[in-house]
Design a protein around this ligand. Structure first.
Ligand code: S3P
Length: 427
């Protein structure tokens, strides 16, 4: 277990950031969706983080040929996905496990999906139950709720499913199952969760449309899809740590280059804008999704904010936002965010324990929290609970007051060069 001590710097910085980590969600999907084609997919700027490399490794175990030159990858799918001779290890990645569950449920063979000690304690019923209802044979501990999951792939029925949660992982698993179903399937969620799956699969020629009643209509594939040819944009969730850092460091600015501006991914920047930071979005191109730059500059003390809507669009950024909220004028309130409890850690618990250690007054609710903003944070020792977003959020806080962070290995799951960029901010 690695620990780190961050020294306070508080020096103004003006950074043009070209090397924010490539998008994790899109990289996972590149590895998996390339298996749905019959020709090689070409992917540039693939995220070389642990989670996404695990998804790529699983693609190889299923028979794909993977050629890799740094972040440039060519994935040649096998004629038929083969039954692997070993377990499939998703590491810390909920996205890997849940999406592969949907994909493999329709493939002839036996598959065991497992992960690290954190992933093996996260709920899988959200995909296992709807997949079982369409004929998938899946088992695991606690009647299939906990990994390792054992999947015996086979024929899947078409479905009409309204999801009780807004989750892109659940939606994507069901879309992948629907593409292999015996007729058209329909999927509905209350708030559109991140929609990379729909955009990328449509781009590959899949018939996936959103009907006027809000249902996504999925037509089963009658032939292999076209291959992917994509440069993965930067990850706005990773860039957001430096957006927060800028918004709390006097006279600073950062430009996050070539990042996805997909509306389901940039809500946290809009909240930070509402809190008072200067933020501009500059769209430059549209390849599967809108891509461009986000410019953030310091604009004085932040104001408190109430967050109760579009939670699925903020779920990965709320830990970093909590640092901004601790330094804002007034009490910030987050509600309807129960999903935070089943992320890489219970993020309500881990955020509040860490903020309390930093001297911030907070109130816990079952579905969120209140943070009483102030003028300063105090140095503390923070346990990441194995959650990359907790580790990075409090490393950012450390640039103001210093911080010891325990168990930082998890940062490699999504942002292996995080500390290089943090060092350039602190120089
Ligand atoms: C992801 C979806 C989100 C997010 C996760 C990545 C994805 O999870 O928290 O980091 O790539 O589909 P949920 O869809 O379960 O909310």
């Amino acid at each position: 277990m690695k620990n780190i001590e961050i020294n306070p710097s508080q020096k103004p910085f003006n950074l043009i950031c070209e090397d924010i980590a490539p998008d994790k969600s899109i990289s996972h999907r590149c590895a998996m969706f390339s298996l749905l084609s019959d020709r090689p997919s070409k992917i540039k700027n693939f995220l070389l983080g642990e989670d996404t490399l695990n998804s790529l490794n699983i693609a190889s175990q299923l028979g794909a040929e993977v050629k890799r030159d740094g972040g440039s990858i060519e994935i040649t799918p096998p004629k038929k996905l083969s039954e692997p001779d070993d377990i499939l290890d998703c590491g810390n990645g909920g996205t890997g496990m849940r999406l592969y569950a949907g994909l493999l449920a329709g493939i002839d063979g036996s598959f065991v999906l497992t992960g690290d000690k954190y992933l093996r304690h996260r709920p899988m019923n959200r995909v296992v139950v709807p997949l079982r209802n369409i004929g998938a044979l899946i088992d695991g501990r606690e009647n299939g709720n906990l990994a390792p999951l054992v999947i015996r792939g086979g024929t899947l029925k078409a479905f009409n499913y309204t999801s009780p949660i807004d989750s892109a992982q659940v939606k994507s698993a069901l879309i992948l199952a629907g593409l292999q179903g015996d007729g058209k399937s329909y999927y509905k969620e209350e708030l559109l969760s991140r929609d990379h799956t729909e955009r990328m699969l449509r781009g590959m020629g899949a018939e996936i449309k959103t009907n006027s009643d809000g249902f996504i209509e999925i037509t089963p594939m009658d032939k292999p899809l076209n291959p992917l040819n994509i440069t993965v944009p930067a990850d706005p969730s990773s860039g957001f740590f430096f957006a927060v850092c800028t918004s709390i460091t006097k006279d600073s600015s950062v430009v996050i280059k070539n990042v996805t501006l997909n509306p389901t991914r940039i809500e946290a920047y809009k909240i930070l804008q509402k809190m008072g930071a200067n933020i501009d979005f500059i769209e430059k191109e549209n390849i599967y999704e809108p891509i461009g730059d986000i410019k953030i500059s310091y604009n004085g003390k932040l104001k408190a904010v109430k967050v109760s809507k579009n939670i699925a669009w903020l779920i990965d950024e709320l830990p970093a936002l909590s640092i901004a909220m601790s330094l804002a004028d007034g009490t910030s309130i987050v509600t309807n965010a129960k999903e935070l409890r089943v992320k890489e850690s219970d993020r309500i618990d881990s955020v509040l324990i860490a903020l309390t250690a930093c001297g911030v007054k907070t109130i816990e609710h079952e579905d969120g929290y209140e943070i009483i903003g102030g003028d300063r944070l105090q140095k503390a020792t923070i346990n990441s609970h194995g959650d990359h977003r907790i580790a990075m959020s409090f490393a950012i806080a450390g640039t103001l007051c210093g911080m010891k962070i325990e168990d930082i290995d998890c940062i490699d799951t999504s942002f292996p060069n995080f500390f290089e960029i943090l060092n350039s901010v602190q120089k």
